[in-house]
Design a binder for this molecule. Structure first.
Ligand code: 5GP
Ligand code: ZN
Length: 144
């Protein structure tokens, strides 16, 4: 495990220095209720090791986090009798990530809750040509 970061709120939660309402824990992953929930049951899923973004996560830790998200999402929905959920990462400061310790949000959704889909985060869509789309797809394939 990489080192904890002393000034990181989520590392302090992992260490037990800041209390949290833990809903799941194993050797590598912790999940707890968000302190300022967007909906009842709003849960955060984090690697115990300090990594800032998804791209910083070693592959095995990424798999561990996703496995926990996979198991917890239906559990969270069932616990609060939700109709669905928005599962998302604010990945990087420019994307709205405020706590620089990677965390997945499970936000329960309810019919008529007034929330919107992830698409609504963006004001407009870029007008991309077929050539530009081909180039972008190839660049992603090469970079992976
Ligand atoms: P971000 O904007 O970084 O994706 O989300 C950070 C989330 O962490 C926010 O939803 C915020 O309410 C939550 N949060 C911040 N500090 C604490 C804390 O000390 N305890 C808990 N349980 N949640 C926190
Ligand atoms: Zn941390």
């Amino acid at each position: 495990m990489s080192e904890q970061q002393d000034d990181c709120i989520f590392c302090q939660i992992v260490a037990g220095d800041i209390p949290s309402r833990t809903v799941y824990e194993d050797d590598d992953v912790l999940a707890f209720l968000d302190a300022n929930p967007l909906a009842p049951g709003h849960t955060l899923v984090i690697p115990k090791a300090h990594h800032e973004t998804l791209g910083d996560l070693p592959g095995d830790v990424g798999s561990d986090v996703f496995a926990a998200l996979h198991d917890l999402t239906p559990a969270v929905e069932a616990a609060v009798d939700a109709d669905g959920s928005t599962v998302a990462f604010n990945n990087g400061e420019e994307a709205g990530q405020e706590v620089p310790h990677v965390h997945g949000h499970i936000v329960p959704r309810f019919a008529d809750d007034g929330g919107r889909p992830i698409h609504s985060l963006f004001g407009s869509r870029p007008d991309l040509s077929d050539d530009e789309l081909d180039d972008i797809a190839a660049a992603i394939e090469d970079a992976n």
